[in-house]
Ligand binder design. Structure first.
Ligand code: ATP
Ligand code: MG
Length: 648
């Protein structure tokens, strides 16, 4: 954004008050905002007491060398002990930690007591392989309980894990193994995907050949498919882990001990290896999971549909929920295997009360039709969450109405791999919700919107989202590259964390996320948000999904090009294109009317389900495609390119 702040175009007037019953028993009330405002560090010191420390920290934040933060630095703890053992010691050993649902329909439930045994055995196995505190372990797994066990086993012995999404190629895995210099890879023969076994081991064999640093590969048998075997290097999990003793005494590590490295999803460019540490990270994931979802560990059944390979899986499948002693569902497969009602069948089967998913999934369910969720009993649900992209107001309202029976609050949670935990979100028992807005920084979090000159914008203004104070689960650096850490996040605005997202403040001061700063369009001198134009398109009954980009244009600087996926029955006609253009004009104003509307069958998405607008911009401007390594399916780009006539 160069010469003008983001235009503020979309008006969304619908409001949804918290249900009275939920508000009356909510974990967090409005008072928390006041308390944190009066004493931010005191607030976080109090939240740190949610954890069990071997040595209690006396110092909350050391910010003497910004942007390198140290939280709770003289405290020591064991993260795995906090996620597992202490619940058993507190008498909750029989509580189910994970209800696992395999894609083929196999299922098993693992209690906290069983999880403690499994994690201890896996920790002993890693020790036998020579893994020590500070060593890096790569984890390349399907969505099965052993994945969480592997991560916790690393945490238990102080090894730093680097989980690589199981859908990534051998090359992507090799560069991540190399970047972290991992000694061990934990993987599986494969996982179940779309009704078939999908192999993982061959990619590991190839990646390990390239990377060089790996001494051992530990392999879980999941699908039973045939695998190549390197004697001496490869070991079966069921042989090595199962013969270990189920006793392991966890050692306490410093609060700033590195817990994991995780690469960003690559929506805006080459992925960055984000480093997270222990005490602050676990404090904030635990607090936010309890506050934002109003978690009641004795009665709730929580389900986060993300893959463990993303930060959402790290913070809201493994660390946050387990630190809180929650009971959760873990599902291996895709939402349409063997049928499009699979998610709702799972909600019904386990009586899921809290569901956390992504806008891309919600838009897909809308496209499949209201009649599918209507066939299932979803009455157990009481809180719905969204994460990953701005949620279009139409999708938000659909989610609440068709999944939440027009009764459950929807929490739109803004955060990033870098922030480690949720930062901006409604609270289900407190906030009057606005569809499409993440609304307010959580208690203890300081965020605002600034213009080019770093001035805070007034209510009604738009610009860049920044975080103005350090937070406990903040990234500590980019692995091996402190300078890139400083340049990427701390150089655009002096002393503030630059998130890379455009945002606006409405008249009440609530925050609306407007997409990546890199994606913002400049049309006739106005900065226009991709999100707002997409939301306007999605609010038309013929449009299921939309992605818009600004393409170079001689007269207007940039012209808006919209790629749309039409709903089932809508025909691809000139009349419909004109109608959609007018619909956007009527919703947002004439300046936001797309110059071209291109119906497509699919949109390019990252493996985490986010639209990759930079590739669409490359297409719209006839350029060679940029980094496609984290793209789900590169054939999508060929189809889109074929669709596009030569630039007019
Ligand atoms: P890269 O940084 O490599 O381009 P990425 O930013 O997609 O990858 P993540 O850290 O997984 O990787 O995604 C964080 C981003 O997702 C945020 O910066 C924001 O753009 C978007 N996002 C996440 N949740 C929300 C939300 N609730 N509303 C709006 N945007 C969101
Ligand atoms: Mg990012």
């Amino acid at each position: 954004m160069s010469n003008e702040s983001l235009a503020n175009l979309l008006k969304e007037e619908r409001r949804f008050a918290p249900p009275a019953d939920l508000a009356a028993h909510a974990n967090v009330t409005a008072e928390a905002y006041e308390q944190a405002k009066a004493d931010r560090l005191g607030f976080w010191a109090e939240q740190a007491r949610r954890l069990t420390w071997a040595e209690e920290p006396t110092e909350t934040l050391d910010w003497s060398n910004p942007p390198f933060a140290k939280w709770f630095k003289d405290g020591t703890l064991n993260v795995a002990y906090n996620c597992v053992d202490r619940h058993v010691e507190a008498g909750h050993g029989d509580r189910v930690a994970i209800h696992f649902e395999g894609e083929p329909g196999d299922s098993r439930s693992i209690t906290y007591a069983q999880l403690k045994d499994e994690v201890s055995k896996a920790a002993n196995a890693l020790l036998e392989l020579g893994v020590r505190k500070g060593d890096r372990v790569a984890v390349y797994m399907p969505m099965i309980p052993e994945t969480a066990v592997a991560m916790l086993a690393c945490a238990r012995i102080g090894a730093t894990h680097s989980v690589v999404f199981g859908g990534f190629s051998a090359d992507a895995l090799a560069t991540r193994i190399q970047d972290a210099d991992a000694r061990v890879v934990i993987t599986a023969d494969g996982g179940w995907r779309r009704g078939k076994p999908s192999a993982l081991k061959p990619a590991v064999d190839e990646a390990v050949g390239k990377a060089g640093s790996v001494e051992h590969v530990l392999v879980v048998r999941r699908t039973g498919q045939e695998v190549a075997w390197t004697e001496g290097r490869d070991l079966w999990w069921h042989e090595l882990v199962e013969r270990q003793p189920a006793e392991h005494t966890p050692e306490a590590f410093e609060a700033e001990h590195p817990l994991f490295i995780l690469y960003t999803s690559g929506t805006t460019g080459k992925p960055k290896g984000i480093l997270h540490t222990s005490g602050g990270y676990l404090t904030q994931t635990s607090y936010t999971h309890w506050a934002v979802f109003d978690l009641k560990p004795e009665t709730d059944v929580y389900w986060c549909t993300a893959d463990v390979g993303w930060v959402t899986g790290h913070s809201y499948i493994v660390y946050g929920p387990l630190a809180n002693g929650a009971t959760q569902v873990m599902y291996e497969g895709t939402p349409d295997t063997p049928h499009q009602g699979r998610f709702w069948e799972i909600v019904q089967k386990y009586g899921v009360t809290i569901l956390y998913t992504a806008p891309t999934a919600i838009r897909t369910f809308m496209k499949w039709g209201d009649d599918i969720p209507a066939k299932y009993d979803l009455s157990s649900l009481r809180v719905l969450g969204s994460v990953g992209e701005p949620i279009n107001p139409e999708a938000w309202v659909w989610y609440r109405k068709h999944i939440g029976a027009d009764r459950t609050p929807v929490v739109d949670t803004w955060w990033q791999t870098e922030t480690g935990s949720i930062m901006i979100s409604p609270l289900p028992g407190v906030t009057e919700a606005k569809p499409g807005s993440a609304q307010r920084p959580l208690p203890g979090i300081s965020a605002t919107v600034v213009d080019d000159e770093a001035n805070e914008v007034p209510n009604g203004g738009g610009g860049y989202l920044v975080l103005t104070e350090p937070w406990p689960s903040m990234l500590r650096t980019i692995w091996g590259d402190d300078q890139r850490f400083i340049d990427t996040y701390w150089s655009r605005f002096e002393g503030r964390y630059f998130a890379g997202d455009g945002a606006k403040k409405d008249e009440d001061g609530d925050i609306w996320l407007l997409g990546r700063v890199d994606d913002v369009m400049l049309v006739s001198g106005h900065n226009i948000s991709t999100t707002e134009v997409e939301s306007a398109l999605v609010s038309h009954p013929s449009v299921a999904e939309a992605a818009v980009v600004g393409a170079a244009d001689e007269t207007t600087g940039q012209a808006i090009v919209a790629f749309v996926i039409l709903r089932g029955t809508a025909a691809e006609t000139e009349e419909l294109a004109a109608e959609l253009r007018n619909h956007v004009g009527a919703t947002l104003g004439p300046i936001a009317k797309p110059k071209r509307i291109l119906p497509v069958a699919e949109l390019p998405k990252t493996r985490s389900g986010k639209i990759m607008r930079r590739l669409l911009r490359d297409v719209a401007e006839n350029r060679q495609l940029g980094d496609v390594t984290t793209l789900t399916d590169s054939a999508v780009m060929d189809l889109i390119q074929a669709k596009l006539p030569a630039t007019p």
